[in-house]
Design a protein around this ligand. Structure first.
Ligand code: PLP
Length: 395
């Protein structure tokens, strides 16, 4: 008999009842150190007092009002994002998938309005993940995601990761946009070198194609800059955001330049819940905290400490781990042992990590994880690795 919850997930037998900062409390009272943050969502940890207060305060005033009216909380968050990023304008969604939908629509509408209605192709990359809608799975294009869900939405060209020559040849006068994650999350924490992102920007400038960055997972301070592309000193035309921006409240956004957004006039797009007062009250607080002076400096310092300790862990457990990769606090441990064994051993040792493609164990701790918690995390990861080693040698 089918379970009452549609069984699309292989769930671990863990039931968390409370979160406090970097900690999750299981029903049975065990305290887990959370290096997953709900997959980069709880950017400021669990139950951050400022976020709780922002949600509370708004909940007592007004939960929902239609986008037929002015929503001041939405206006404020849009202003903050415009102030702190390349963007001239912002549309709010409830998820990364919805942000992907709009990014694709926006790019195509731009060229349509330029009188170039053949210019609809979007170039994407192998190993990418952009969400689960029909457009988002077509964008990623992997067999695993599209199989059985055909006909697959057309207009996406998939290129190998990191092949500059293939890319150069693939951009034609039908290319509307190039869509890429500066750091692939689900794909196994593969970061695009800064010079490649610069190269992508150059190709887009030369051909007119729009550059769409998916910073749903790697954005909102996770790499140590507010958005990952800032490291390369370039700006996209369109950027997808979600996950961390709501700090745990469902919230997403599409940020765009005035040029890229020029086709999106009244009536061309919409959302019932997108930009609702609750989500935007929380989102504004997240952006305020992450962009406050000193916060990202602290993220970089913590990331440096974590990285150094992880390198030592990998060196001391060569049967389990191969290398550390990623940037800031979006890190991957490339495993020799099966990554799911490492994640499970982590559960036994009260530390939460997340598997990713390429046999990687992902670490996405809260951005405000403390130094003591980092030391504790390493002790638990080492215990988990020891357990995997022992299990391997006994069979
Ligand atoms: C999670 C994710 C998405 C999809 O976001 P949802 O909120 O799950 O719809 C899109 N792109 C990237 C890079 C992601 O990590």
């Amino acid at each position: 008999m089918i379970p009452s919850v549609l069984p699309t997930y292989n769930r671990a037998p863990l039931e968390f009842v409370k979160g406090e900062g970097s900690w999750l409390v299981e029903r049975d009272g065990r305290r887990f150190l959370d290096l997953g943050s709900g997959i980069a969502v709880n950017a400021l940890g669990h139950a951050h007092p400022d976020l709780v207060a922002a949600l509370h305060e708004q909940a007592q005033k007004l939960w929902h009002v239609s986008n037929l009216y002015t929503i001041p909380q939405q206006q404020r968050l849009a202003d903050l994002l415009v102030q702190h990023t390349f963007a001239d304008t912002v549309f709010f969604t409830n998820s990364g998938t919805e942000s992907c939908e709009l990014a694709v629509k926006m790019a195509r509408k731009y060229w349509y309005d330029q009188g170039d209605s053949n210019r609809v192709e979007i170039i994407t990359f192998e190993g990418s993940f952009h969400g689960r809608s029909t457009a988002a799975i077509a964008a990623a294009g992997s067999e695993k995601m599209v199989k059985g869900f055909g006909p697959v939405l057309g207009g996406f060209t998939h290129l190998p990761w990191g092949d500059h020559d293939a890319l150069r040849g693939a951009v034609t006068d039908r290319t509307a946009a190039i869509l890429i994650e500066p750091v692939q999350g689900e794909g196994g924490i593969r970061s695009l070198p800064d010079q490649c992102l610069k190269g992508l920007r150059r190709i887009c400038d030369e051909t007119g194609a729009l550059l769409i960055l998916d910073e749903v997972q790697c954005g909102m301070g996770r790499t140590g800059r507010l958005f990952a592309h800032e490291w390369a000193g370039i700006a996209p035309d369109i950027m997808m955001v979600a996950k961390g921006i709501g700090g745990g409240f469902p919230l997403g956004a599409v940020l765009a330049s005035e040029r890229a957004a020029s086709g999106m006039t009244a009536g061309t797009h919409g959302s019932t819940y997108g930009g609702n007062p609750l989500g935007c009250a929380v989102g504004s607080k997240v952006v305020e905290v992450v962009s406050a002076p000193g916060f990202l400096g602290q993220v970089n310092a913590r990331a440096g400490a974590l990285r150094q300790k992880l390198e030592a862990l990998v060196a001391s457990r060569p049967e389990v781990f191969e290398e550390v990769r990623g940037r800031g606090l979006i890190l991957g441990l490339v495993c020799k042992a099966p990554n799911t064994d490492v994640v499970k051993a982590g559960y036994d040792n009260l530390v939460i990590t997340v598997p990713a493609a390429d046999n990687v164990v992902r670490l996405l701790p809260p951005l405000n994880i403390t130094e003591d918690e980092i030391s504790e995390a390493l002790a638990r990861l080492d215990a988990a690795a020891a357990q995997v080693e022992t299990a391997a040698s006994s069979c």
